[in-house]
Ligand binder design. Sequence first.
Ligand code: MRU
Length: 343
Amino acid sequence: MLPTIAWRGRSVLMIDQRKLPGQETYVRCRTYIQVAQAIEKMVIRGAPAIGIAAAYGLVLGVMSLSADTGRSIDRDFERIYVRLERTRPTARNLFWALERMRAAFERNRGQGLRGLRAALLEEAKAIELEDAETNKAIGRHGRALIRDGMTVLTHCNAGALATAAYGTALGIIRAAVEEGKTVRVFADETRPFLQGARLTVWELDKDGIPVVLITDGMAGWFMRRGEVDAVLVGADRIAANGDTANKIGTYALAVLAKENGVPFYVAAPTNTIDFALADGGGIPIEERNPDEVREIGGRLVTLPYAEVRNPAFDVTPAAYITAIVTERGIHRPPYETSLKSPD
Ligand code: MRU
């Protein structure tokens, strides 16, 4: 399997996540506009993966500039930056990656266009590489939370497909399995985009990790029956107090977990943490096209004009979160202090 995203000779290749698991096809983006559209249309999705895509998008944008336009490169850079920044509002990783690329731009602007392009490409590749290493570290820390024989419920897809490789929540499961533990996964289907049914099941099945697909509404019942030992999810943005934005439906899972005495864990790289936000109240929540709810697999399941709401994320208050795992370790409440330094 090719990675989720890869730089291939002046273009970015991405596995088309809209088509999985039915078709394993790849989309090649040659311009920053194509990258921006790929992020918006969910060809690529998942907080770390869209950060990496945006970084490569900036490289493509700068590669398309020519030195003899007479215009200031700063204005062009800004135009490319803003287009990529406006793709999806919730995941902190997207803005983090773009900010890091801007810092590389500032450091290397004196080098001429050729040197600048090379420096930006190097930075984007570093972001991708570091993400894969970060996920391995999240796995090494987080596997301590997983006991042999556990059934872990996850929501959406926080796996290799959502990152450079290995995954965050699924990275912890992979790490537990790699050290010889038996782990069974319950995957919520994750309406409306079905990341759980289409992506998590596909990914875990490829690795031979036992996975059971359930609809979102079944999770509470399985918790009540004692069939879920832990809930483990990824994150799109974590506020300084630990409040966590993740795929819509995560909040309900956290409440159900607390009600049923099931630990609720979040896994994410530290670049998902937004220390500028004191709590989750300020996290921008993306509202997507209502047709995603009106249709399943392109087939209408309601009246074509049915009124719909389609927030893509929700915010789980820190009080429901047992621990947050990052590449730095396991962080426990109170998160205001522990997110700055783990246990
Ligand atoms: O809308 P998506 O598919 O981009 O949402 C993805 C999620 O909510 C993931 O759980 C999150 O980005 C973490 S991925 C490691």
